[in-house]
Design a protein around this ligand. Structure first.
Ligand code: CTP
Length: 395
């Protein structure tokens, strides 16, 4: 039995949520309902309470409920959050991170998987704004079902109808099965972002890493059920859902945080770690008329090589290699030198740093696989799936 939190949005299709509750209950799941203000115009809390045999929640501002159960707790204790019907407005607010009612607050505060069954007028579904919001939600790891096509309550024809309740139940069951969470019970360590190496208390040496690829990898691993520790250099990216983040500044901080996060089943080192630090970063360097100061650099610890040689080495150690020439040759050599299992090599001579897309080559003991150029999220999902497959094969 699973615990499902059903959020009923404000659309004519809300009446079908009653049938959905009945099906979920019949399949053995416990259901709690949250009804939005709009939803309240189509079905009553009494109906949902009777069908779910549970209290129905409608407002953020119910002090009695807050005393009994924090509203955040509501979504956290669920195995799955289902939004049905997901209206255009509710999806827009979800995509933009609003938290102005109980439903959106729960959705923003949860790291539980979310499934949306959309329902709206065909023009609203096809509108670029809705399509943009759907794409954003999917990139954020929310599963948005495709709406059904057909005659709509408003008399128009096309995509936008709520998927039939049995189809929603099938999507719910698929989301709850372990096949979708092949990394459940695994711990994966990810490093991401640049490091900052102080020259003095006000200046530092940095690099152009945006952290986006590493954050996407952490999010994709968490979406497959892994417990993810993300050791992140200084970037202002949001933490992906379900990821434990440790912020660090320097390569030495990162090495320490990584050592503390072990043991792990896999480690994916995406960070662009500074190879050198300034030897003595003491007081602020003054421009006192003398010659420009010389910086003495000393080598930083190689975190990837250290993890790969550690007594509690993760079963799978993956490094990234940012190269500007001879991409594959350097990556092949780097894999052996650092004793990594895989190296994901990318050519950073173009607009990879800070950009959305990446063109990578996966270098393993078996050879080199060149992936087509794709978004960093797609690279992350592909890599996370490969990691899941590899860990499964090794266990
Ligand atoms: N790496 C690391 N610690 C370092 C330097 C690099 O963990 N001090 C990791 C990176 O996270 C990445 C891999 O090593 O997974 C390769 O990083 P890269 O900078 O390409 O390799 P370098 O060892 O710095 O080699 P070079 O700069 O000579 O190409």
């Amino acid at each position: 039995m699973s615990h499902i939190l059903l959020i009923v949005g404000g659309g004519i299709a809300a009446y079908k949520s009653c049938e959905l509750i009945r099906l979920m209950r019949k399949a053995g799941h416990s259901v709690r309902c949250v009804l939005t203000e709009g939803g309240n115009h189509f079905v009553t809390p009494m109906t949902l309470a009777a069908l779910s045999e549970n209290q129905v929640f409608t407002t953020l501002w119910d002090l009695k409920d807050e005393a009994e159960m924090g509203h955040i707790q509501l979504s956290r204790e669920a195995d799955l959050v289902v939004v049905a019907p997901g209206t255009a407005d509710l999806m827009a607010r979800m995509a933009n991170g609003h938290a102005d009612d109980l439903a959106t607050t729960l959705l923003l505060a949860t790291d539980t998987p979310v499934l949306v069954a959309p329902a709206m007028n065909v023009r609203m579904w096809l509108h670029p704004a809705t399509q943009r919001n759907v794409a954003q939600l999917r990139a954020d790891g929310v599963e948005v079902m495709a709406p059904d096509e057909g005659v709509m309550a408003c008399g128009e024809f096309g995509p936008g109808r709520l998927p039939e309740p049995p189809a929603i139940l099938a999507a719910i069951e698929a989301k709850l099965t372990p096949a979708h969470r092949p990394l459940a019970g695994r711990h994966v360590l990810v490093t991401a972002g640049p490091t900052h190496e102080p020259i003095d208390p006000v200046r530092y040496i940095a690099n152009r890493s945006s952290g986006r690829q590493g954050f996407a990898v952490a999010g994709a691993l968490a979406a497959l059920g892994a417990r993810v520790t993300l050791v992140a250099g200084p970037v202002s990216l949001p933490t992906p859902p379900g990821v434990d983040r440790v912020n660090v500044e320097t390569a030495r901080d990162m090495a320490q945080a990584v050592a503390q996060a072990l043991p792990a089943d896999a480690a994916v080192m995406v960070a662009a770690v500074a190879d050198w630090r300034v030897e003595a970063a003491g007081q602020k360097v003054k421009k006192d008329g003398a010659a420009a100061p010389a910086l003495t650099l000393v080598e930083n610890p190689d975190i990837l090589a250290t993890v790969a040689a550690a007594p509690d080495r993760p079963a799978l150690v993956v490094g990234f290699a940012a190269e500007t020439e001879h991409v594959i040759d350097h990556a092949v050599a780097k894999r052996l030198r650092k004793r990594a299992d895989w190296i994901v090599a990318n050519d950073v001579s173009g607009d990879v740093f800070g950009g959305d897309a990446n063109h990578v080559h996966l270098v393993t003991a078996d050879g080199v696989e060149s992936w087509e150029r794709m978004g960093k999220d797609a690279v992350a999902r592909g890599l996370a799936q490969r990691i899941a497959d590899a860990l499964q094969a090794r266990s």
